[in-house]
Design a protein around this ligand. Structure first.
Ligand code: ARG
Length: 390
């Protein structure tokens, strides 16, 4: 029997995939990646085995996720279409990498995932896997199986005695990891409909959020957040902590219509409390420490980085070159930013750094002023010179 390593979530699709692969003559090894989705991994492991997986791997990838995926994207200030902090997109190349490593270790003939043919995630899994090991067969059961509707899939699950409670399924499609939560489908498919409050899990209803603002101070060292309110945190704990503090103040909600790689526009809601705080803090620190030309030029690079991440091109040369570019820029991005979180708002109210380029004695209109106003006249004449026809 040929062996397949399946990225297993414990949900209906990937559970049916185990049985479906069995029907097609494959032995399935289930791979459960813990990227901070806070699930009962023991129960998911049991379900995989009860459904027919020959073996189960549960790997805690949280540390690697934050250090090698989330933080580089933060250093690059990568935000897709100005709104999406890429939580789901960043997790896929990591999961695919470990899936391939397991396949190689187990001498499996291929890998499988539960993505549909309409989304970005299939691309991210498969590009990463193909680049790492082109000899592996890739199976996407959901793209090719015979079930036309969800009800047919449920009938199949019942007939095959898959131990899953299908009544528990919400109308939404949700992806969760420690950096954020993505929600689509159901009423959200109409972009005119306001998201119902029930969809949110990481962020409090703003109307029930604290009546007084919460202040947080983030200390960054070369673009990496290291302390919150003066206390040192390990990367994973820092993200969990900020999700908690910012989520309580309803910070991090995003409602967007985005352009998928496959050409479809889709309406997605995101919750990324830690992501919003960190991106805002880091941007404001950059405003203080980077020179104007670097600041302006890198915007295009940030956008490119976000696109490459979104498009599944994480493991490609340009993305790796951009990492080096952003490492260089971030050499100066050290300092502390103070933010005010209040009923969904996250605003920076203070920033300081030993690398600050802000010079009060030049900016001030007060009596500390050392700026020589007479220099401006000559400067403007020369600035105009290349364009003057007379
Ligand atoms: N649109 C996001 C992306 O492509 C999230 C995809 C997963 N979303 C979900 N609700 N299952 O990265």
């Amino acid at each position: 029997m040929k062996k397949i390593v399946l990225a297993y979530s414990g949900g209906l699709d990937t559970s049916c995939a185990i049985k479906w692969l069995e029907d097609k003559g494959y032995e399935t090894i289930a791979f459960i990646a813990d990227v901070g989705q806070k699930e009962d991994f023991k129960a998911i492991e049991k379900r995989a085995l009860a459904t027919g997986a020959s073996k189960v791997y549960v790997l805690d990838l949280q540390k690697e996720f934050v250090e090698d995926y989330v933080f580089p994207a933060l250093k690059a200030q990568a935000v897709y279409e100005s709104k999406y902090y890429l939580a789901t997109a960043l997790s896929r190349p990591l999961i695919a990498k470990h899936q391939v490593l397991i396949a190689q270790k187990e001498k499996a003939s291929g890998i499988a995932h539960g993505c549909t043919g309409k989304g970005n995630d299939q691309v991210r899994f498969e590009v990463t896997a193909r680049l790492m090991d082109p000899s592996l067969e890739i199976i996407a059961p959901v793209r090719i199986w015979e079930f036309k509707t969800r009800d047919e899939e449920i009938d199949y699950a019942k007939a095959k005695k898959i131990p899953i409670d299908v009544t528990k399924k919400s109308p939404y499609s949700i992806d969760l990891n420690l950096y954020g939560r993505s929600i689509e489908c159901g009423v959200l498919e109409d972009p005119w409909v306001e998201p119902p409050e029930e969809i949110y899990k990481l962020t409090t209803d703003p109307q029930k959020a604290p009546a007084k603002p919460t202040y947080v101070e983030i200390e960054l060292d070369q673009g990496i957040p290291v302390k919150v309110d003066g206390k040192k945190f390990k990367p994973v704990d820092l993200i969990h902590h900020l999700n908690d503090v910012a989520g309580k103040n309803s910070v991090g909600r995003v409602d967007m219509v985005e352009n998928r790689l496959v050409g479809i526009k889709s309406r997605e809601i995101y919750e990324n409390p830690a992501g919003e705080v960190l991106h805002k803090a880091k941007y404001e620190l950059e405003c203080l420490v980077l020179d104007r030309e670097t600041m302006h030029y890198k915007q295009g690079m940030s956008q490119k980085y976000a696109e490459l991440t979104y498009y599944g091109l994480w493991e490609t040369p340009l993305k790796k070159q951009l990492d080096i570019y952003f490492d260089k820029i971030n050499e100066r991005v050290s300092g502390t930013v103070r933010l005010k979180l209040y009923k969904g708002n996250c605003s920076v109210v203070g920033r300081k750094s030993k690398f600050s380029r802000y010079k009060e004695e030049l900016a001030t209109y007060g009596d500390k002023d050392i700026f020589d106003q007479k220099l401006a006249d000559g400067f403007i004449q020369l600035w105009t010179m290349p364009f003057s026809a007379k």
